[in-house]
Design a protein around this ligand. Structure first.
Ligand code: NAD
Ligand code: MG
Length: 389
């Protein structure tokens, strides 16, 4: 009898998050093809233990050292190795035992483990866009040098990636990133000034982690995605256009040099881009809901309101400027969103904090990795100080 092909061993960094848990759903669906090798989580020890008991990885990492004993005790009857602390993420990313990393940690914290994976030539399914926003040049160069394929998970970039299959000889004229516009589409500053966290957390089309949901409400998410697209697809800023498409059915488009545009469509469900990235280049059969086009008689498109949603304008300026500007933008935004989620600042203050931080922190045109880390730290400290955190 022919032996079954070896299963692909998946390391999920950030397994307890929105992307991480949906990835485990996908792995369950394709348990004949995929298996879990590593799971990591920052604070949610109980969910991590539950996932470990169900999926039987060889290794788990609990970021918060205070939770280590509890996780260790809960897994004592198993062979699962338990690690803890920030440095463990990089150590585990350095293991030879996995085939593909799903980078699903949120924020700057995802950079070091992801960089480690690409430096080892591992395939990376990339959800953690902040990795490319902070240090896209170094990450892409390292990936290229070590032949590490990066397959996007972010729905827009997955759409572009899918449109590019079979087009290796054909240059991109431009990409068109679609944005839902978030819960405050059409609103003006006089409304936004009073917005509270619970309202901002209600995204019309997607269910996601808290940080990206706020980024979607401020349109910073689309700015981060423009920067992500630049690095993933080697584009100039003028080749990246954003259009508001409130139905979130077209996930993004590519325009080629003959003027032809390819688009990828689907219902807003992250399990599809996750599945595509984990199983690339195969399209595997699934039971996810299908689009009924007759339910969407009108797909509409409009200009983003850059005067109201100034985060997107700031991200565009940073993209244009390059260097450490996008790293500073990201750090200030992470701290400001955190403060907004704690009800410490208002919705429009997020933009003010990002803008002031961009003005304050020294610009470096070609930063080293250490300079990116330093810029991130300085930007966080400055942003925290102006918010009096
Ligand atoms: P989330 O907040 O739901 O989950 C984040 C995960 O990262 C959790 O497992 C958490 O334990 C871990 N984590 C948090 N802080 C950490 C730290 N300091 N060190 C180590 N681990 C840490 O976030 P999410 O919505 O799943 O998003 C994850 C990433 O994917 C983000 O970069 C986001 O922009 C991107 N993304 C998410 C979606 C989505 O639908 N959720 C879509 C596109 C892209
Ligand atoms: Mg996206």
């Amino acid at each position: 009898m022919a032996e079954a092909p070896a299963k692909k061993k998946v390391a999920i960094f950030g397994s307890t998050g929105s992307i991480g848990t949906q990835a485990l759903d996908v792995i369950k669906t394709y348990s004949d093809l995929l298996e879990v090798e590593i799971l990591t989580a920052q604070t949610q020890d109980e969910l991590l233990v539950q996932q470990a008991l169900e999926f039987q990885p060889n290794v788990v990492v609990i970021g918060d050292p205070k939770k280590y004993e509890k996780v260790k005790a809960a897994l004592t009857q198993t062979d699962i190795k338990v690690f803890s602390g920030e440095a463990a993420l990089e150590e585990v990313a350095d293991f030879d035992t996995y085939d593909i990393m799903l980078a699903a940690i949120v924020g700057f914290a995802g950079l070091k483990p992801t960089l480690k994976a690409v430096s080892k030539g591992k395939m990376v399914a990339l959800a953690n866009k902040e990795t490319l926003v902070v240090a896209g040049d170094i990450v892409m160069k390292t990936a290229l040098e070590n032949r590490a394929p990066i397959i996007p998970v972010d729905s827009e970039h997955s759409a572009i990636f899918q449109c590019l299959v079979g087009e290796a000889r054909n240059p991109i004229e431009k990409v068109i990133l679609t944005a839902s516009g978030g819960p405050f589409l059409g609103k003006k500053p006089n409304f936004l000034v009073n917005v509270k966290r619970d309202h901002a957390l209600q995204h019309p089309n997607w269910s996601m982690g808290a940080k990206i949901t706020i980024d979607s409400a401020t349109l910073m998410n689309k700015g981060l995605e423009m920067i992500e697209a630049k690095w993933l697809f080697n584009l100039r800023p003028d080749q990246i256009e954003v259009v508001i498409h409130p139905q979130s059915i077209i996930h993004s488009m590519v325009q080629f040099e003959d003027g032809s545009i390819k688009a990828q469509l689907g219902l807003p469900d992250m399990r599809l881009p996750i599945q595509y990235a984990l199983c690339f280049p195969d399209r595997l059969k699934n039971d996810l809901p299908r689009i009924n086009m007759k339910r969407f008689p009108a797909l509409s498109f409009e200009e983003p309101d850059l005067k109201t949603f100034r985060n997107l304008a700031l991200a565009m300026e940073s993209l244009e400027k390059g260097g450490n500007a996008t790293c500073i933008l990201n750090a200030a935004n992470e701290i400001a969103v955190w403060a907004f989620l704690k009800n410490r600042i208002g919705f429009l203050d997020i933009t003010a904090v990002v803008e002031k931080t961009l003005e304050k922190i020294t610009f470096i045109q070609h930063p080293t990795l250490q300079e990116y880390f330093d810029s991130d730290g300085e930007a966080r400290n400055f942003a925290a100080s102006i918010m009096k955190l």
